[in-house]
Design a protein around this ligand. Structure first.
Ligand SMILES: [Zn+2]
Length: 482
């Protein structure tokens, strides 16, 4: 698919390019310098910034966001409004493994485990960046960098296939809280296949100190084949609420067996009294009403990576009432064993649920009559707070209409919300990326051939403006160019 070439670069992008060439002078400030004026009500809370209400594709620092575009680690500095790769090399094009900002994850295509950023999970805590490195012998180490992604230091070993037959199960399901990193480890032995691809999984934590030792908080049996390939998400997540760490595991379609294809395991750990409790264990072959009567079908979007919580330990899960697209959000309290449907979309489907503890954010999209996507916010009871319709890029639309001819459905070239990537959000911004050109202010300046699904544009929405429904717009901070 060939797309339009843009003639004019916006001022932002031009300024960004200029600044990129001067990146050796770049330094991240650790204080909230210029933000007081911009966000007078925002208070950086390190524990909250760990995205305790669900997994985030960015790490939140006092002055900005760390996130990855096509294997390059970027930092968007809110104070200076500068977005750039964390690389200080002169004349670097920031597009391969010679770049200082290059990050790699386990290569699921060729089974290469060696990488410096498992699961593309970036964590930020006490002024440092943390990533999990995997050696080719499959030792899993936690590494620490300074806030500019320099001064790499090994912290501790999290697991080892070589010595213990133990792996880190899912890097995205890692959470730092109160000086500890919480994670899942799983035991891989020769009996794995014999045991119906079920393995021992361990809820673990480890102190962020040099050579600290893993603590096993709890253990459970769970399928190891919800992920397609090693290194991909297996349905896990970890959440921190007011008084507990919750471990959520769930899947609805297994790779190697049809037996008990739908399994869920939810447990919690109380750091104050070191108590670990199983809250919910489910095993069966139907995805219908797994969480209670009328809650619909669970599917891949009901797995840990897409599930969100609030500060009280309620879980918010997308389900489907027709075993097709997700159209419901259900609220589940595993402690009290209650559940309810709090929202059902009038449109075709829901995507990318996010939570800030007070509100739930998600996309609703439709393609029946006129393709459109809304960014919707509801409160924790399901009342709509605000909705924003994603705008299409006028230049793109004009170009596509010109080339499409009369046989092409007017909707076919419009992207929908499933092409959007939500990096994360906080009280300052909602950070969105787009894998395809077509959305206004999430566009590329270049012709894209879609070989690699690059992120063509990244933009931010002011969270407060958005919640109040006034002056909502996306400001582009990154634009793909060849
Ligand atoms: Zn570079």
């Amino acid at each position: 698919m060939k797309l339009i070439k843009k003639g004019v670069l916006s001022g932002i992008i031009f300024a960004m390019t200029l600044l990129m060439t001067a990146c050796s002078k770049y330094k991240v400030k650790d204080e909230q310098v210029g933000q007081k004026a911009l966000f007078p009500d925002y208070e950086y809370n390190q524990e909250l910034a760990q995205q305790i209400y669900g997994q985030s594709k960015m790490a939140i620092a006092p002055n900005g966001y760390y996130y990855i575009i096509d294997n390059i680690l970027y930092f968007y500095n809110i104070d200076s409004d500068i977005n750039m790769p964390l690389c200080s090399k002169v004349n670097c094009r920031h597009n391969d493994n010679t770049c200082d900002a290059y990050v790699s994850t386990i290569n699921t295509e060729n089974g290469t485990f060696e990488c410096n950023c498992m699961g593309e999970k970036i964590m930020y805590y006490n002024g440092s960046i943390y990533c999990i490195e995997v050696t080719k012998d499959r030792d899993y180490y936690l590494y620490q960098y300074d806030s500019t992604f320099s001064n790499r230091k090994q912290v501790t070993r999290l697991a080892s296939i070589k010595d213990e037959q133990l792996m880190v199960s899912d890097a995205q399901a890692c959470l730092i809280s109160d000086g500890y990193m919480y994670y899942y480890a799983s035991y891989l032995d020769s009996k794995y296949a014999e045991n119906d691809y079920t393995a021992s999984f361990y809820a673990c934590r480890i102190k962020l100190d040099n050579n600290s030792s893993r603590e096993v908080l709890g253990e459970f049996q769970f399928p190891g084949d919800y992920a397609m390939k090693a290194g991909q998400s297996n349905g896990f997540s970890i959440y921190f609420t007011d008084n507990s760490i919750y471990f959520y595991a769930g899947g609805a379609a297994r790779m190697y067996t049809a037996n008990n294809s739908v399994q869920y395991h939810v447990s919690k750990y109380n750091p104050d009294n070191s108590q670990y409790t199983d809250l919910y264990v489910h095993s069966g072959n139907s995805g219908l009403n797994v969480f209670g009567e009328g809650t619909g079908y669970v599917n891949s979007m009901s797995q840990g990576g897409y599930v969100r919580t609030d500060s009280e330990g309620n879980f918010y899960i997308m389900t489907s009432s027709k075993a097709k697209d997700n159209n419901n959000i259900i609220k589940v309290d595993f402690d009290k064993n209650t559940c309810e449907v709090i929202y059902t979309t009038q449109m075709e489907k829901l995507d990318y649920l996010q939570s800030d503890g007070e509100y739930l954010y998600f996309f609703e999209s439709d393609s029946v009559k006129d393709k459109k996507s809304l960014l919707t916010v509801i409160d924790m009871s399901g009342n709509v707070k605000t909705q924003y319709e994603m705008e299409y890029d006028e230049e793109y639309m004009a170009e596509m209409q010109k080339h499409s001819g009369q046989n092409v459905n007017g909707n076919s070239y419009k992207p929908d919300a499933s092409d959007i990537l939500v990096y994360g959000l906080d009280g300052r911004y909602i950070v969105l990326g787009s894998r395809t050109t077509g959305f206004k202010n999430l566009t590329t300046s270049d012709t894209v051939d879609y070989k690699k699904e690059p992120v063509v544009g990244v933009g931010i929405i002011n969270t407060k403006d958005y919640l109040s429904g006034s002056n909502v717009s996306i400001k582009q901070i990154y634009q793909y160019a060849r």
